[in-house]
Design a protein around this ligand. Sequence first.
Ligand SMILES: O=C(O)C(=O)CO
Length: 350
Amino acid sequence: MKNIKEKVVQFTFRSRFVPVFARYYSNMSKPSVYITREVNKEALDLLNTQCDVTFWTGPGPVPRSELLKNIENKHALFCMLTDRIDSAILDRAGNNLKIIATMSVGYDHLDVPEIKKRNIKIAYTPGVLTDATAELAVALLLATSRRLLEANEEARTGGWQAWSPFWMCGPGLKGSTVGIAGFGRIGQEIAKRLKPFNPERIIYYNRSERKKEAEEIGAERVNFDDLLTQSDFISVSLSLTPETKEMFNEAAFSKMKTNAVFVNTSRGGVVDQQALIKALQQKKIWGAGLDVMTPEPLPLDNPLFKLKNCVILPHIGSAAVETRKEMGLICAKNIVAAFKGDPLLTELKT
Ligand SMILES: O=C(O)C(=O)CO
């Protein structure tokens, strides 16, 4: 009897409500999302349940002409740090565009004031890539100071004749002064990871004090000049803003120690690259490890590639498999939240 009753109820529900709901649902077109790259399955699957998704399938970044064409009337844009999102793109998108989710923690490729002026929300991916980026910064610092790439090249090409007392030497971290430029999430994690190498001091330059975090790590806040003059290693984790643009210029490099190792995992734009090339060529500093530069990719004829005291990586700071998957998924979750009218998980509020 109970079963029959249940069936009747189910039948009544299905026949009376489902068609009404289905009719309503089919009348509502799904929100549309354009993704500027092929992203991970987890992110795509989530978006596909709720949205009409189209994406660029080409080998590299989406060409600007394609982006301009495909952004028209879209409700959401899921982009990368390689896509410049400015008023031309926003004009072409039109009034439907409600959210831009960038698969990055940096947002210097977005014209934030212009986006905000149009009431478009911005989501980004802070936090999830902190560990991966800090890990890479440490790897790059050691690869530069201990000359790993150069040594590997020597071993492969017959330069390794015999163990030699002072061959392939570089500065060690023990007893050194480590300077961190930009003591946000990533800068702090770099400092924590370098501490077990027993530097004598960890100093940092940061706009705000970050007293509690500094005390926990045992780091001292200094002004920019002191960071430059006192550090044996400088690791940069500043975001690129009008204030930090080319902060590491000729004057800055000339204040650094001649044994200084300079490592940048933030944005190439914080460095005056010509000044860095000169400082490396003239041995004003000991070496540089760069995961970021200007432009990216760096043209093969750039003098930096000719310098033995420079290690160059192709912007792989956050390139840990789990991290990139998480970054993709966060973008998708933010887009879904925006369509539901829920608060974004990681909204950029500036
Ligand atoms: O997320 C960013 O801003 C990056 O640079 C990725 O490595």
